[in-house]
Design a protein around this ligand. Structure first.
Ligand code: SF4
Length: 226
């Protein structure tokens, strides 16, 4: 299956879009907001990270202020998102880095950069990994860099897209170059939706899955009989 991955990606994107619809690509939010919210979304639910984000924005309406803020105050503001001590340090460090380089906490200039340059710029910031960099560009700048989170990685493993011993980050690095630009947004969102509704971490609902015919997961046959 790995050899013919490119045509298969289009086929699967079509199957998922027929099942879950074509998500409208929205990039109306400031890039800094998307970056901070992506950091806050790590290891927690959407509702918790959203609450933490809104609380942080309320406390620091301007991101520049976070660069000079006390880490404990930042942690207090984002405590609903979990891992507050780690995330507060990370957010302060990355905002300080951007302020130090650009004079203010803004990333809108990335929209005018070539894709790879913008991606590498974000990766050079301490605390920003490949998934965060890709999400920031995809959701904040409309630049199609395909992000692989834990749910997408799990489904991709089951579909047979991931090579042996290929970790999530290496997979993203290889796979993002195979996803056609116009499909990056919908494939990402619809695979996440698929993971939530059908391809659960523990008990995927293979018998009702729209991808069963193209999925490589050997357990699916067993499941489909029951
Ligand atoms: S067939 Fe099963 S394992 Fe494969 S994508 Fe569908 S739900 Fe997931």
């Amino acid at each position: 299956m790995l050899k013919n991955l490119k045509p298969l990606i289009g086929k699967i994107e079509g199957m998922l879009s027929r099942r879950y619809g074509h998500p409208k690509w929205s990039t109306s939010r400031p890039l800094m907001d998307v970056l901070v919210e992506t950091i806050l979304s790590q290891n927690t639910s959407d509702s918790n990270s959203r609450r933490a984000f809104l609380s942080l924005k309320k406390k620091y309406p301007r991101w520049d202020a976070v660069a000079g803020a006390d880490i404990k105050s930042i942690a207090l503001a984002i405590r609903s998102g979990g891992l507050a001590n780690i995330k507060s340090r990370r957010i302060k460090e990355l905002i300080s880095f951007i302020v130090g380089k650009r004079g203010h906490a803004g990333l809108e200039f990335l929209k005018k950069m070539p894709r790879e340059e913008a991606y590498q710029y974000l990766l050079a910031i301490k605390g920003v990994g490949p998934k965060t960099a890709a999400c920031t560009l995809l959701f904040g700048a409309g630049i199609p860099v395909y992000p692989v989170d834990t749910h997408i990685y799990r489904i991709s493993c089951r579909l047979g897209w991931v090579k042996r011993k290929e970790d999530r980050e290496s997979f993203q690095e290889r796979f993002r170059k195979l996803v056609p630009d116009k499909m990056a947004y919908s494939l990402h969102l619809n695979l996440i939706e698929h993971g939530r509704r059908i391809c659960h971490p523990r008990k995927p609902e293979c018998p009702g899955c729209c991808l069963i015919k193209v999925c490589n997961w050997k357990e699916k046959i067993h499941d489909a009989k029951h």
